[in-house]
Design a protein around this ligand. Structure first.
Ligand SMILES: C[S@@+](CC[C@H](N)C(=O)[O-])C[C@H]1O[C@@H](n2cnc3c(N)ncnc32)[C@H](O)[C@@H]1O
Length: 263
């Protein structure tokens, strides 16, 4: 669904390749989701993707490798300079499917060739040791930007803390983390309740505590990292001249953070 949203407003997302993932089954989900949750979700996903795309492009001389945790079907490798190395991490079924599709599209010249390493992992399991060895073998002394976009929502607080400790282990001073999260206050909005209902009906999660929200303090408390940028959908929309169509309480407002390791 995220890819289809990005494909529905490419002027805003600047993602020309997301349309490759479009299919009829996803279209049905997307239409239901836009009606039942929020029509603004096309643009919120485009703005989120655009934020990180622009931030990475602004720092191209400082980044050798993009490590995308919970990469899903995002298409950053093809939107960025070919000199960047990519590690894409997600659940094994997702990375295997993506890897096969990407290889086909490269063979048919629908996508340009890129240096991508796909790693299958589940962040809810005991993954640290094995994943560290795999990442270290590819990353070596390369300067990284780690991306955690649209993933924290699906983890619990311990898993979220654990994944940031893991980032600290693989990064050196000067390297970046891009992260997206909802603040706690979103849970009181009618749109969030509609999102919960949509996911509960279709994805079988039932507890009201299942979907993680974290406030900016979570990032401020990371003593080795400093927040370099923090924007939300409303703030970055202004910069992009994206006209907002709905009331604030009908918009799933995500926060985008760019942290840099300073110690
Ligand atoms: C909403 S999608 C976002 C995908 C991508 N980052 C984007 O913004 O287009 C969330 C992704 O997180 C992955 N994910 C969620 N929980 C995970 C877990 N426990 N381990 C690994 N990946 C997970 C999902 O498989 C999915 O691809």
């Amino acid at each position: 669904m995220t890819s289809m949203f990005r494909a529905m407003n490419t002027t805003l997302s600047n993602d020309l390749y997301s349309k490759l993932w479009n299919n009829r089954k996803t279209k049905v989900w997307v239409d239901d989701y836009l009606t039942e949750v929020s029509e603004e979700e096309v643009n919120t996903h485009c703005v989120r993707n655009r934020f990180f795309l622009e931030k990475i492009k602004e720092r191209l001389t400082e980044i050798d490798i993009l490590i995308n945790f919970g990469a899903g079907f995002s298409m950053y490798p093809f939107l960025l300079d070919e000199s960047i190395v990519h590690i894409e991490i997600d659940k094994p079924a997702i990375v295997n499917y993506k890897k096969a599709k990407i290889s086909n599209w490269i063979e048919t010249s629908e996508l340009p060739r890129r240096d991508i390493h796909f790693l299958g992992t589940d962040f809810s399991k005991d993954y640290e040791e094995g994943l560290y060895v795999q990442i270290d073998g590819i990353k070596k002394d390369k300067k990284s930007l780690i991306l955690l976009e649209g993933v924290l929502f699906f983890l619990d607080l311990n898993q979220a803390k654990g994944i940031f400790n893991f980032f600290d282990k693989i990064q050196n001073k000067g390297e970046y983390i891009g992260s997206v999260s909802f603040k706690h206050s979103i849970k009181e909005t009618s749109v969030f309740k509609r999102l919960q209902r949509f996911l509960n009906d279709r994805i079988l999660k039932t507890s009201k505590d299942d979907y993680l929200a974290i406030d900016t303090d979570f990032y401020i408390e990371k003593s080795k990292y400093t927040i370099r940028e923090h924007k939300d959908y409303f703030m970055y929309s202004k910069e992009l001249n994206n006209k907002i169509n709905l009331n604030a309480t009908d918009i799933l407002n995500e926060n985008f953070y760019l942290l840099q390791k300073t110690i």
